[in-house]
Design a protein around this ligand. Structure first.
Ligand code: ITT
Length: 200
């Protein structure tokens, strides 16, 4: 599917509000949800991001806060990059670490480390007047490369290579459609979409 083909008009009238300030996340999500004939609307709301060891708790708190601020049923999606050799760091602190150390800082931390296994985790939290936040998980294993590769995507994409792609590419060397075949976010969103279509 071409990016510009995803339009609310071609879908079946189901619209999901996605509270995020990250356009890349929204763009990936709208393609995944379109597979289920669900349109996605980006709500650029500043939702609270609590400090917590669990990205599930962070996603639930953000979804509840965004729902209180907007009154709309919505999803929030929170992610973490977990690097095995660093005992799961940055994990729930990925956002802060990206802003402070960035991809170059992570590569520096890993300079002498040979075992480079890592995983990306995603939690989608749905909040509505009818139920407490409901969550859906997605995960992809891979490794941290030794240098940045690729111009697509965002965040840690240039240094993360998912393990189950025969192309040996980083996420930043893939377009949105290919990344959506593997990604933590796409997996969590597909779980959400199946549930959403069955109950709404
Ligand atoms: P929100 O407004 O939705 O909270 P965010 O950019 O703060 O967007 P997260 O807290 O969910 O995003 O993500 C934590 C960090 O991990 C953040 O720095 C992202 O850039 C990075 N990240 C998340 N998903 C990623 C992905 O698919 N590829 C690369 N980096 C990602």
């Amino acid at each position: 599917m071409k990016e510009h083909n995803v339009s609310a008009y071609s879908l079946e009238g189901k619209v999901v509000f996605f509270a995020t300030r990250n356009f890349h996340k929204f763009n990936e999500a709208r393609h995944v949800l379109a597979e289920f004939k669900i349109a996605t609307a980006m709500l650029s709301v500043e939702a609270i991001e609590i400090q917590n060891d669990s990205i599930e708790n962070i996603a639930k708190a953000s979804a509840t806060d965004a729902f209180k601020k907007t009154g709309l049923p919505l999803i929030v999606e929170d992610d973490g990059l977990f690097i095995e050799a660093l005992n799961g760091f940055p994990g729930p602190y990925s956002s802060y670490v990206y802003k402070t150390l960035g991809t170059k800082g992570i590569l520096k931390l890993m300079e002498k480390i040979e075992k480079r296994d890592a995983s990306f985790h995603s939690v989608v939290a749905f909040c509505s007047p009818k139920l407490n936040p409901k969550t859906f998980h997605g995960e992809i294993g891979g490794e941290i490369t030794t240098q940045e590769r690729g111009d697509h995507g965002f965040g840690f994409d240039p240094i993360f290579k998912p393990s189950n792609n025969s192309y040996c590419k980083t996420f930043a060397e893939m377009n949105t459609q290919r990344k959506n075949k593997f990604s933590h976010r796409a997996k969590a969103l597909r779980g959400f979409a199946k549930w959403y279509k069955s109950v709404w």
